[in-house]
Ligand binder design. Structure first.
Ligand code: ATP
Length: 325
C-alpha cells in the first residue's frame, strides 16, 4: 500500500475568548481551555495508482488529514506511512515523491513566465536536465500548453494557469498527488479538459491521487473510490458506484400528468422533490413503491412515469449526515 493510515487523530487545544475588554482582562488570569477533536481515529489505506475522492462537509477534517499526510502537521496520536515514510518526519525522499495542487493557491511566480517556476522546481527536486526536458515536453503536450510556457503567469486565463500549476506539480514525477479543488472557478469546458488530462496522466504514470472537490462531475469522472469524512470520522470508504446501495431503501419516481394536479394530491405517497402541475418527482420508500404506484395510477391522471435510484449527489449528502459526533 502506498498510503497507510492507522488510528490517526488530531486534537486542537485553544482558549476561549469572549469579546470585550473585561473578558480580555479576566482572560489574563483564567483562560478556559477548549479541545477540538478535528480527526478521530481514522484508518484507511490507498494503493498505487488509485484516484480516491476525499469528501466531507466544511469542517469535517479533510484539510487536517491531508496536512498530516503531507507532513505539515503532527498528529496527536496514531500512525501513517506514505510511500514507506512517516510524513511528519519530513524526509527529503518523501518530499520528492509528493505534490499538492490547490485550486485556490498558486505555486507559480506571478510576474514571471511559468518556465521560470519549472526551472526552480527542477533545482529544488534535483531533476536532471534530460529528464526535465522530457517531462516538460510530455506534460505540455498532454495539457496542450506548449506555447504558454513563456507567457507571464499573470496574463494567463485561470484555466491556462491551472494547467501550468499541474505541470509544476508533476514535473518531478511524484508518486502521490493531492488535488484540492483543482477545477474551482473554471468554466465547464476547461474543467472537462483538466479532468481528461488528469485521467490520462494517471493512466500512464500510475500516480496515486487524492482529490477533494465540490464538483460532482470531478468525482464521478475521476474517482472509482470515495472516502467520506464527517465530524472527524470516516462515514464511508468504498466504491463510488456502491454509494447508492446504502440508501437503496429509497427510490425516485418521476411522474407526468395529462391534467394538472395539486401538490397536496402527492403528499401521502412520499417526499416531493420537484413539482409543477403537470410533472413531479417524489422520493418513495422502496418497499412501498409498488403499492403506492398502483394507488397513484388509480387516482391521478398519470400519462408516463419512470423509477430510478436517488442521484449519487444525494447519496453523498446522506453520507455526510452519518458520521459519529
Ligand atoms: N488550528 C486550529 N485550532 C483549532 N481548531 C482547528 C484548527 N484547525 C482546524 N480546526 C478545526 O478542526 C475542524 C476540522 O477542520 P478542517 O480544516 O480539517 O476541515 P475541512 O474538512 O478541511 O473543512 P473545509 O471543507 O471547510 O476546508 C474544524 O472544526 C476546524 O474549525
Amino acid at each position: 500500500m502506498l498510503i497507510d493510515v492507522n488510528n490517526l487523530s488530531k486534537q486542537f487545544t485553544y482558549h476561549k475568548k469572549e469579546p470585550g475588554l473585561k473578558s480580555s482582562v479576566s482572560n489574563l488570569f483564567r483562560r478556559e481551555r477548549l479541545v477540538k477533536h478535528a480527526v478521530k481515529n481514522i484508518t484507511f489505506s490507498i494503493d498505487e495508482g488509485e484516484i480516491v475522492g476525499f469528501l466531507g462537509p466544511n469542517g469535517a477534517g479533510k484539510t487536517t488529514t491531508l496536512k498530516m499526510l503531507s507532513g505539515i502537521m503532527y498528529p496527536t496520536s496514531g500512525e501513517a506511512k506514505v510511500a514507506g515514510y512517516v510524513p511528519w518526519e519530513r524526509k527529503k525522499k518523501l518530499k520528492q515523491q509528493f505534490s499538492i495542487v490547490m485550486g485556490q493557491k498558486s505555486q507559480l511566480w506571478w510576474d514571471l513566465p511559468a518556465i521560470e517556476s519549472l526551472n526552480l522546481n527542477k533545482y529544488i527536486y534535483e531533476i536532471e536536465e534530460a529528464a526535465f526536458r522530457q517531462s516538460v515536453s510530455d506534460l505540455t503536450d498532454l495539457l496542450d500548453v506548449k506555447e504558454l510556457l513563456n507567457v507571464q503567469v499573470r496574463r494567463l486565463s485561470l484555466g491556462e494557469r491551472m494547467k501550468l500549476e499541474l505541470i509544476a506539480a508533476l514535473i518531478h514525477k511524484p508518486k502521490i498527488l493531492f488535488l484540492d479543488e483543482p477545477t474551482i472557478g473554471l468554466d465547464i469546458i476547461s474543467q472537462k479538459k483538466l479532468r481528461d488530462s488528469i485521467k490520462e496522466y494517471n493512466r500512464k504514470e500510475k500516480t496515486t491521487i487524492i482529490l477533494t472537490s465540490h464538483y460532482m462531475e470531478d468525482i464521478e469522472e475521476l474517482c472509482s473510490r470515495l472516502i467520506v469524512i464527517n465530524e472527524g470520522v470516516i462515514a464511508y470508504d468504498g466504491e463510488l458506484d456502491k454509494v447508492n446501495e446504502l440508501f437503496n431503501q429509497k427510490k425516485r419516481l418521476n411522474l407526468q400528468f395529462s391534467d394538472s394536479i395539486t401538490r397536496d394530491a402527492l403528499t401521502n405517497y412520499g417526499t416531493i422533490i420537484d413539482f409543477d402541475s403537470y410533472s413531479a418527482t417524489i422520493e418513495i420508500d422502496r418497499d412501498k413503491q409498488k403499492a403506492h404506484l398502483r394507488a397513484m395510477l388509480e387516482v391521478l391522471p398519470i400519462s408516463d412515469f419512470n423509477i430510478g435510484d436517488i442521484p449519487i449527489e444525494e447519496g453523498i449528502r446522506l453520507l455526510y449526515e452519518r458520521g459519529d459526533s
